[in-house]
Design a protein around this ligand. Structure first.
Ligand code: ASP
Ligand code: MG
Length: 416
């Protein structure tokens, strides 16, 4: 008998029919003898609808009221699911985030969970109830409702699984699991059966939108076995777990990408101590998040300074760059808002050489120009023209034989 935390996303509870189907799934798991805590998202589109309503009244809605408003989406689904379960003779009780003991900090609209008080839930479980918890919300020390940022129901589920020491946290969604890359772009993309927390964190931060990044951080910290699976098709999905527990290790696991990038390059910047801090200071003061940074000296006195950001911030950043160029007497500014980021992720990179060269050769053979490169221990990211993105992803996917279940050319990497 296992204790499972099962989270159902917005499309899984998007209609009354689907809520009934979710209830049937839960009842089946309950009949198999498991204890079940369910976390639900708002019905599909509901959170967007509520946010739009708020924005129709104010361009900058009061954060306290915003949180109370958007938290209602999850409260409707939790009650509907509990009604469906009870109707089918499965005793069930629903809980708001506050009732479930999800304590957060005071940062409205993107609060972080500080603690989970599980007494009430444990008592209900002991009495044989299925506990249904509203995702995405908690309560702060002043008793105010808070929300956890878009996609936050994943985080509710993992935090509950950690606090209850659950055997598995299952995230039911509208895809079959985590793929080697987006199967909507590359039909040959393959379902990954197991992936490490570390790789999943990179994939999530790089734009693979299956899980909220914070949920993977908590799972990794508390070692919660996390499974992503479909609520529509049966299958084992993808298990996110410790690197040591992965049976079939691959050199690289997947390719993530994000389209909405932009790049700005300042050349002929006077090269003196503190100049980088000055440039980035101005940019961060404008609340622009910089992603990649590269700097290289072109001669004794000058340096080129290049950075990328989300495309939405490009106009603001370009204006600042123009100001900076004037102020610093820098040479030229080169910029383009039509770039994308392609990233290759894999723990095997730590112990193997040649991953970068294979990736760059594949892009070169596809006639794709790389505008910028950054690397970490388990990731290589490149900036390329957005028009080339699909071709680039395909080329790298093929080069590492990610479409194949096992690869002769890129065998399992050995633990030292
Ligand atoms: N309903 C919230 C959102 O759409 C939270 C979630 O679904 O995870 O962001
Ligand atoms: Mg989600």
């Amino acid at each position: 008998m296992a204790l499972l935390v099962q989270k159902f996303g917005g499309s899984s509870v998007g209609t009354i029919d689907r809520i009934q189907k979710v209830a049937a799934n839960i009842i089946k798991a309950k009949q198999e003898g498991h204890n079940i805590v369910v976390v639900v998202s708002a019905m599909y589109g509901e959170t967007d609808r509520l946010i739009q309503l708020a924005h129709a009244l104010s361009s900058d809605p009061n954060p306290r009221e915003y949180d109370i408003l958007v938290s209602t989406g999850e409260q409707a689904s939790m009650a509907l699911l509990a009604i469906a379960l009870t109707q089918n003779n499965c005793s069930s009780r629903s809980y708001t985030g506050a009732q479930a003991g999800i304590l957060t900090d005071n940062v409205h609209t993107k609060a972080r969970i500080l603690d989970v008080k599980t007494d009430a839930i444990r008592k209900d479980l002991a009495n044989g109830h299925v506990v249904v918890v509203a995702g995405f919300q908690g309560v702060n020390e002043h008793g105010e409702t808070t929300t956890l940022g878009r996609g936050g129901s994943d985080t509710t589920a993992v935090a509950l699984a950690a606090a209850l020491n659950a055997d598995e946290c299952q995230i039911f969604t509208d895809v079959d699991g985590v793929y080697t890359t987006d199967p909507k772009m590359i039909a040959e993309a393959r379902l990954i059966s197991q992936i490490s927390y570390e790789e999943m964190l990179e994939m999530a931060s790089l734009g693979a939108k299956v899980l909220q990044m914070r949920s993977v951080e908590i799972a990794s910290k508390h070692n919660v076995p996390l499974r992503v699976l479909s609520s529509f098709n049966e299958g084992p999905g993808t298990l996110v777990t410790l690197e040591e527990k992965i049976m079939k290790k691959r050199l690289v696991s997947g390719i993530a990408f994000s389209r909405e990038e932009a790049i700005i390059s300042l050349s002929g910047v006077p090269n003196r101590p503190g100049i980088e801090g000055h440039i980035l200071g101005l940019i961060s003061e404008a609340n622009i998040e910089i992603d990649m940074i590269a700097q290289n000296a072109t001669d004794e006195q000058h340096t080129d300074f290049t950075f990328t950001m989300h495309r939405g911030d490009f106009p603001k950043a370009l204006k600042l760059a123009e100001q900076l160029a004037l102020e610093l007497g820098a040479g030229t500014i080169k910029s383009t808002a039509n770039v994308a980021k392609l990233s290759l992720v894999g723990i095997g990179m730590r112990s193997h050489t040649g991953v970068a060269s294979t990736m760059f050769k594949a892009l070169g053979n596809a006639d794709i120009n790389i505008q910028m490169i950054t690397t970490s221990e388990i990731k290589i990211s490149v900036i390329i023209e957005e028009d080339c993105l699909e071709r680039g992803v395909r080329a790298v996917h093929q080069a590492f034989e990610l479409d194949k279940a096992t690869s002769e050319k890129f065998p399992a990497h050995m633990e030292s």
